[in-house]
Design a protein around this ligand. Sequence first.
Ligand SMILES: [Mg+2]
Length: 288
Amino acid sequence: MPEFKDLSLLKNKTLFIFDMDGILWNSMEPIPSGISAVQKLHKLGKQVVFLTNNSSKSRESYKEILSQLGISCEIKDIFTSGYLTAKILSCLYPSAKIFVIGEEGLITELKLEGFKILNEEFPDLENKESIPINIRADLIVVGWDRKVTYNKFRTAMSLIKNGAKFYATNDDASFPAPNNQLWPGTGAIIAFLSTALNKKPENIFGKPNPDGILSILRINKTLQDEAVLIGDRLNTDILGGNRAGITTIAVETGINNRQDLLKAPQEQHPTYFFTNLDELIKRNFFRN
Ligand SMILES: [Mg+2]
């Protein structure tokens, strides 16, 4: 099993990429082992950045949440799938006009990159049964949206039929919700639109797409063998980290457990598998 591997290999790593949901909290209930691991890594002088597929909040909001948990960081250390999507699309389609299925965090990140948001320019657009001839979008961007409606889907579908390109932030089928529930995630929203259009998004930027992780390495001038990704989800976090060619640690504090690991394909197997991040303390990782 991966968990018996020698931890000394981890000592040379300089950049630790933390997923947040299921690692630092579950439904906003703090996970002490995850928070303490970040604080101890900071004390060791390691660089820690945060990468989430959740596009509903902006990086600024996450900075505030982390600060409330006792983790200090800069905004440049936070990467959401909404931010990565905005950043990559701004290189491909600068100043494009976008119709968004998504929440405030995604809209904020798109606006910060200079995009025009069609939903804000024409707030009544969703209520129209057909799109006026003078209104068009260059792009449709789909993220997690807890207020998505049939009218929103209808509008997005018409705009795509009229030539807009279809992109999405991430493909998580479900979202870990309070009281051990699972709610429909962005993947379910994409599936609704994809089925209606018989068309998949041009690209999905969150994990397991390795491009976002590789951008983080480039931004932080870090090589693949110097970086570690820590996540709870085998088919997004761990697969993404493996595809990016970096060391991966899966922990059981979120979505997946040991039984899931046994059933998972090889490409989703982490380098290390821990019950929780206290294993790093128990196995003397933080001791010189
Ligand atoms: Mg997670």
